[in-house]
Design a binder for this molecule. Structure first.
Ligand SMILES: Nc1ncnc2c1ncn2[C@@H]1O[C@H](COP(=O)(O)OP(=O)(O)OP(=O)(O)O)[C@@H](O)[C@H]1O
Length: 269
């Protein structure tokens, strides 16, 4: 699709006026003495999609990983629905983080399990007990909720297919359904479409935008294609060398801003 690389008009209305659910302030992170995040702060609101853009190594994934708890920030504040996560540990932290789900470029489904079983796994934090031992013990209401989530992402007809037999786009939809079954209100997506062909990438981004707008989810997605952001995101956070260069409405992502984010000498890590 040659038009994929043109700055096409966005197809979604602005929905960024929802209630703030995640507030990040002054996040800093170094690896081996090298600062890779330097005072990163932003707010995610329910009902909107925020695209994280920036050159390789600018700190996009590290930002999401710090929010999700997969990396520990050196300093900064992460408040989810008013609760400061950096002050919590152990089960208190796990409980506070439960409303956040993450989807990745490399889709972490269990290939020998069906799509339905993988989606049910999103809810095991709520069920535990026998249900966590084997899908044989999944309660009926859990399977019904998982089927509803699969229907929401257009995958009902593949519910009983082994995950290992799904295409990349289908598997990513199942991963999103798993997040829905987790009843996440914040969905952090780290390069969710980087491994997908252009059509599947469009479809998955359109799905994320639809879920944000219709289910009032806050979605943050690390993207490598500004044109996908232009079509499906409401807001953009642009990083250069671990600092926020731009944060605001998608309309600010014009060609000059794209140059600022991706010009090699500014973006050198
Ligand atoms: N676990 C780690 N140990 C050491 N350095 C790391 C680690 N994780 C990330 N980095 C470094 O931190 C910087 C930011 O990495 P990050 O993955 O956040 O960038 P990114 O913007 O997501 O890049 P890309 O677009 O290439 O995925 C890079 O220089 C990277 O090499």
């Amino acid at each position: 699709m040659s038009t994929m690389h043109l700055p096409l008009p966005r197809l979604v209305p602005a929905h960024g006026s929802g209630k703030p659910i995640l507030q990040v302030e002054n996040l800093t992170k170094s690896f081996a003495g090298r600062t890779v995040l330097d005072g990163v702060g932003f707010t995610l609101a329910r009902g909107s999609v925020v695209a994280f853009l920036g050159a390789n190594g600018s700190g996009k994934s590290t930002t999401l990983k710090c929010v999700m708890g997969l990396e520990s920030p050196d300093a900064g504040s992460i408040r989810l629905d008013g609760t400061e996560l950096t002050a919590l540990r152990g089960s208190g932290l796990a409980r506070a983080r439960a409303p956040m789900a993450m989807v990745f470029q490399k889709i972490h489904l269990v290939p020998r399990r069906t799509a339905l079983e993988n989606v049910c796994a999103g809810a095991l934090g709520r069920y535990g007990g026998a249900a966590s031992i084997s899908p044989m013990f999944f309660p009926r209401e859990l399977k019904e909720e998982a089927m509803a989530a699969l229907a929401r992402v257009g995958m009902s007809d593949r519910a009983h297919e082994k995950a290992g037999r799904l295409s990349g786009g289908q598997a990513q939809r199942v991963a999103v359904a798993r997040a829905l079954c987790q009843r996440a209100s914040v969905l952090l997506a780290d390069e969710p479409v980087s491994a997908l062909d252009p059509r599947a990438a469009e479809e998955v981004m359109a799905l994320l935008a639809q879920l944000a707008h219709e289910e009032n989810l806050a979605v943050a997605a690390v993207l490598h294609q500004p044109d996908l952001a232009l079509r499906h995101a409401d807001e953009v956070i642009g990083l250069v060398n671990g600092r926020i260069e731009y944060a605001g409405d998608i309309s600010g992502l014009d060609t000059s801003m794209q140059r600022r984010l991706y010009t090699p000498n500014r973006a050198a890590a």
